[in-house]
Ligand binder design. Structure first.
Ligand code: GLU
Length: 574
């Protein structure tokens, strides 16, 4: 019996591989265009590192042209969750990540290189496995779990460096086709293994687009390519899919880099052109070192000892991208932050191009970190986010907050129903045209507190207290507030007139009308016009730090201003 006949016996219906080569021809793309893919398992949620990958891929496609595919890798059926594909697509859509080809829902897809879900590509993998058997580079393996366990024990007992199924240890590698056929006919369970030709002292080299030149020992393992359930393993599916989908760039986490020797051998044996590999370092997180019972380990100086580890969905809520949505961190901020850590010169570019689209940045794989992944830093993300939000037009800001609040904060959603007040308020010192912008909101979950003083129902809360500047006697404030209302406040005043009147008020109560004057002779006055403004600010908002007071008073309107100042005056001495 020949191996070709054995291959026919195992996969009687599989087509010749030439069928697929013709069905999925080389793509007709402009010079330099790239074809890449995002290839998650259908787990329903997206890891922050995976989002970074999608952003990098989108940036490359926008820069160079090409195709971005969504391929669902569901060969490990245990990892599948209901509506897992839709979950991934929807999460990514929140970040404006869309695909040119690939899955569009649990079962539907677009593009001519599909199916884009591996469980529907079974016959394709079988065709290529059949081909490998026929050329004696794959074989059925009948090893039982006990046999494999025994093998491992014997290898360990001999102190071997290389533990696994390979060479003379590979029990069924040299099985004659007749015997294999007889076992199959008897109904013995089996898998299909690749027959590696790797040598113990052999090396592979490969130019990684991120890591640069890589040199590693050759693969020697006869890995499983088709499992007992007829589905392929990751390695085999990777080779077959990325070849037939005509992927030019395999962008993936460097957790896959150790498998590179195997992948190169598979590509070579199958006669496939090797794609460009781009292994990026996974994102890290700083964690506190702990002893076995959970107590933090301390450094000599008493501080907590830390270590870096991969950020993980199991341990870190911020590892799943849905977290940002729930917290109300805008997708624009998250994307901006991820770009900042993906390419170190992005920030400098952003300073030069504050209003440009994120994807106008000339992204380069070569500038990605070659060794260690970036440390996830929530403080930095918040900094980036405050900056991003400061450039939002007020209308967009209010729409986005309202949209978030509709799901997560009923009270806030109710307040924002009066959209015109909110838009006026958020327009103060903020927006794309403003030179010096307020950078004081980092996420939507901070907004209710931020704007609470605009609304009586939140402002007059039990904890309300007035923290006036120290250089005022109570009596002065009690005099100042009604005086301002009676003599100086006029809602129709423009900003200049308004300020002149606050200066007049300052003078009348014995404070310097200009900061400059007061500076020249600090003994002559207890304070200056700025301090008087602070008194008004505290009385009106309960805070010392707010956007421009004149504009806030305009947004509040005359009735509220008068009521607030009167009530603040009444509260003095109580
Ligand atoms: N399904 C693999 C993963 O999620 C894909 C890796 C790749 O991009 O090739 O890790």
């Amino acid at each position: 019996m020949t191996f070709k006949e054995l291959a026919d016996l195992i996969f009687p219906d599989a087509r010749d591989i030439s069928y697929y080569e013709e069905k999925y021809p080389e793509r007709d793309l402009p010079e330099g265009a790239i074809v890449t893919r995002f290839a998650p398992s259908p787990t329903g949620s997206v890891h922050i590192g995976a989002l970074e990958q999608c952003i990098v891929e989108t940036a490359l496609i926008k820069n160079k042209g090409g195709v971005l595919m969504l391929r669902i890798e569901d060969t490990d059926q245990k990892r599948k969750v209901e509506n897992g594909v839709k979950g991934i697509i929807d999460s990514l859509k929140d970040f404006d990540i869309t695909f040119d080809e690939g899955m569009t829902d649990e079962q539907t897809s677009k593009g001519a290189y599909g199916p884009y879900i591996q469980s529907q590509r079974r016959e394709i993998y079988q065709a290529f496995a059949k081909y490998l058997i026929s050329i004696e580079r794959a074989y059925p393996c009948f090893a039982t779990p006990e046999e494999l366990e025994d093998l491992r024990k014997r290898q360990e007992a001999q102190g071997l460096d290389n533990i696994g199924y390979y060479g003379e240890w590979a029990l069924y590698r040299e099985l004659a086709p007749e015997e294999a056929a007889a076992r199959i006919k008897k109904g013995e369970p089996y898998v299909i293994r690749f027959k590696s030709m790797g040598k113990p002292d052999g090396r592979i080299t490969c130019k990684d687009m991120i890591k640069g030149q890589i040199e590693m020992p050759q693969n020697m393992l006869d890995i499983v390519i088709i499992k007992g359930d007829g589905l392929p393993t990751y390695h085999f599916a990777h080779a077959v899919d990325d070849h037939l989908m005509r992927t030019t760039h395999v962008i993936r986490s460097s957790e896959w880099a150790p498998s590179l020797p195997l992948h190169l051998e598979l590509f070579k044996t199958l006669g496939f052109k090797v794609p460009k590999y781009c292994h990026y370092a996974p994102m890290l997180k700083l964690d506190v070192k702990r002893t076995e019972d959970g107590t933090p380990v301390l450094n000599e100086d008493g501080s907590e000892a830390t270590f870096k580890r991969k950020i993980s969905k199991r341990k870190d809520p911020e590892a799943a991208v849905d977290y940002y949505y729930k917290e109300g961190i805008p997708s624009e901020s998250v994307k901006e932050y991820l770009m900042t850590i993906a390419n170190s010169d992005f920030e400098a570019w952003r300073e030069q191009n504050p209003a440009a689209d994120l994807y106008d940045f000339p992204f380069s794989l070569k500038k990605m970190s070659t060794t260690e992944g970036a440390l996830f830093d929530m403080d930095k993300l918040m900094d980036v986010s405050r900056n991003v939000i400061s450039g939002f037009p007020a209308e967009k800001l209010v729409d986005d907050v309202s949209c978030w609040a509709a799901r997560y904060d009923e009270t806030l959603a109710g307040l924002l129903k009066d959209k015109s007040t909110a838009v006026k308020f958020f327009g103060i010192e903020r927006g794309p045209e403003m030179k010096k912008k307020r950078k004081d909101i980092g996420k939507w979950s901070e907004v209710k507190d931020y704007i609470s003083y605009l609304y009586d129902e939140l402002f007059y809360a039990p904890g309300l207290s007035y923290d006036y500047p120290e250089n005022f006697e109570k009596e002065t404030i009690a005099r100042l507030l009604p005086l301002y209302l009676e003599k100086y406040y006029a809602v129709q005043d423009d900003a200049g007139q308004w300020f002149e009147k606050v200066k007049d008020l300052s003078e009348e109560i014995g404070y310097a009308r200009e900061v400059k004057l007061w500076r020249k002779d600090k003994e002559a006055w207890p304070g200056h016009v700025g301090d008087v403004c602070m008194v008004l600010r505290v009385a009106l908002t309960g805070r010392r730090n707010t956007p421009d007071l004149y504009q806030i008073m305009q947004v509040m309107g005359e009735k509220t201003v008068r009521e607030r100042l009167a009530k603040a005056a009444a509260a003095i001495g109580r």
